[in-house]
Write a protein that binds this ligand. Sequence first.
Ligand SMILES: [Zn+2]
Length: 226
Amino acid sequence: MRSLSLARPGEALDILCLGAHSDDIEIGLGGTILSLIEARIELRVSWCVFSAIGPRAAEAEASASAFLAGATGYRLELGEFEDALFPTQSRAIKEWMINIRGRASPDVIFTHARHDAHQDHREVSALTWNVFRDHLVYEYEIPKWDGDLGRPNAYFPITRPVLERKMTLLREHFGTQRSKDWFDDETFQALARIRGMECRAPDRYAEAFVARKMLLSCDAGPRPRG
Ligand SMILES: [Zn+2]
């Protein structure tokens, strides 16, 4: 299948990553980020975690710096919205997101999936589409006990070493999540393998997204003479 390249080596790419909680961005697109950096794309990242309070703020900082080692630059924005109650804080979250919009001009936005079963994730997704109206948006997926995985339509193939690195960093940085019985290498690898199978990834693994709107174009090139 022909792929649409986000950027070539040496080209700049600005991305905005929106995550409700401190491990969401890493789970949803950690492998994609590691791959973009490995491909020597000049990656500039706005990394925004809406609920990063106490130990979860420290986790978010340490993990972002590990995943983004080698990025051209990044800005970390940590909010203190109350976990599990995002729908009741919608107005304040929207204001925070509008402020982020004022500081960022991303080529691509990564946000939560519209039909995610977690109310905080859904709120961030809905407000993303509400606040960012002229942007390329990809919605990432988070496995969980609700069994809410949807039908993605965009894939980013990743290599085995990238998947290993993603799983290692998740293990190292998210001690608070160890009590969740789904938070382990087997879950992350299984999902990556299924998504890799679906897109026929050369190295068997992939992360997957929902792309609701995309613009297609062609390079017009020089006008023919005469
Ligand atoms: Zn979350």
